[in-house]
Ligand binder design. Structure first.
Ligand code: IPE
Ligand code: IPE
Ligand code: MG
Length: 225
């Protein structure tokens, strides 16, 4: 069976660029081109949702110039590819604290979300200014504010930013690192975890197919036998 929902920690843009004697921002630009490739490929494979870690709450610690480029990248990306994504029935969504982003960045996402809101193909979900520990704490606080006294896992799950999406079947991290870096800690409880040495700009359709084939070879037991 195909995974319904894939999450990807798109890592290695900087190292990919450095290996080519280029600026880290060049790696981010190439990485954004790859978002198009992988989104279209996932859409063709009938994957329901693709959640991409694009900017973590910890990434604000990077040099100002890099952060500022990363904040401009969504506009460059959407100016170039929104129409094509639209034609392919892709629906754009986001998780994370959008209100913490620059106004112009918020505006391009608002526009893309509005344009694609009735599309029924792949949900292309960008995690921006996203941090998982904080998301869980907020879910608990929302439950408390709703007057819930004995908080259950369902009370939390239904208040996570991913509450409307299918469970994540497969999480991919590119570029060799084997950690979650505060990404979807709750949601990945029973996901299959796939790590590859390929840097994000090099993670092409055949790499995605390889990851999905690997996933299909897993036996998921969910604690049973
Ligand atoms: C991932 O690539 C993109 C973001 C975190 C925004 P990196 O920028 O982390 O690239 P490396 O890990 O330094 O190579
Ligand atoms: C995780 O990558 C965040 C994104 C891919 C957006 P990082 O490169 O920020 O993670 P660490 O710092 O290596 O853990
Ligand atoms: Mg990194």
């Amino acid at each position: 069976m195909n995974p319904r929902h894939i999450a990807i920690i798109m890592d290695g843009n900087g190292r990919w660029a450095k290996a080519r004697n280029k600026d880290r921002t060049f790696g981010h630009l190439e990485g954004s081109k790859n978002v198009r490739r992988i989104a279209l490929a996932a859409n063709k494979m009938n994957i329901e949702a693709l959640t991409l870690y694009a900017f973590s709450t910890e990434n604000w610690a990077r040099p100002k110039a890099e952060v500022s480029y990363l904040m401009k990248l969504p506009k460059i990306f959407l100016d170039e590819y929104l129409q094509e994504l639209m034609e392919n029935n892709v629906k754009i969504e986001t998780i994370g604290h959008m209100e913490g982003l620059p106004k112009a960045t918020i505006a391009v996402f608002d526009y893309a979300k509005k344009q694609t809101e009735n599309n029924t193909g792949l949900i292309l979900n960008f995690a921006l200014n996203y941090g998982s520990k904080n998301e869980i704490v907020e879910a608990v606080n929302l439950a408390l504010a709703d007057g819930v006294t004995n908080i259950t896992t369902t009370d939390i799950e239904s208040r996570l930013m991913t509450h409307h999406l299918p469970a994540i079947d497969l999480c991919i991290r590119t570029s060799g690192e084997q950690r979650l870096s505060n990404f979807l800690l709750w949601q990945l409880a029973y996901s299959e975890l796939y790590f590859t040495e390929a840097a994000w700009p090099d993670f092409d359709q055949s790499e995605l197919e390889k990851a999905v084939a690997w996933y299909q070879g897993r036996q998921r037991r969910f604690g049973g036998l």
